[in-house]
Design a protein around this ligand. Sequence first.
Ligand code: GRF
Length: 194
Amino acid sequence: MKNIVILISGGGSNMAAIVKTAQQEQWERRYGVRIAAVVSNKADAGGLVFAQEQGIATAVLDHKAYPSREAFDAALAAQLDEFAPVLVVLAGFMRILTPGFVAHYAGRLINIHPSLLPAFTGLHTHQRAIDAGCKFAGVTVHQVTAELDVGPILDQAVVPVLPGDTAETLAARVLTQEHIIYPRAVRALVQQLG
Ligand code: GRF
């Protein structure tokens, strides 16, 4: 059995979408992969409860307990490597990762970013899209490279920006698409594993 590990910091709705899709489509039987663990840097991340309810192993590594970014990333990698993951999925994991961590998982580390990359890397993507007068916004799944929110694009979805949109209403519209394209992108990678 090949292992996928998902990293979260918050509600974990993207993680849950991937877990549900894997269950519905029987990824274990079909592709020999399972969601082996969900790891959070925040003990109160809502998604941890969902993962535990699904019988998925969970772990919390509080980044504030480590003296440096490098020390946290080393501990995180040690935790992840216990599962020997074929794929590490960042799903609302709100940490900038060190080049060493990214290199360690080169080719098996992916992220979801709520904009149409290469536009609007970084934070506050929805407000920035509204402020720029964009008529369309969206979401991108990409491979992670050392530079933040840059890296080969694996999948995207587009939504309209509607008159009167706030960052919240636009974020909600984008999130419904995130829940479609992230499971789809993970499935495509899993199928390539053979
Ligand atoms: C998503 O919008 C993701 O794209 C962003 O953080 C949010 C995480 O949501 N980077 P969730 O924790 O998956 O519900």
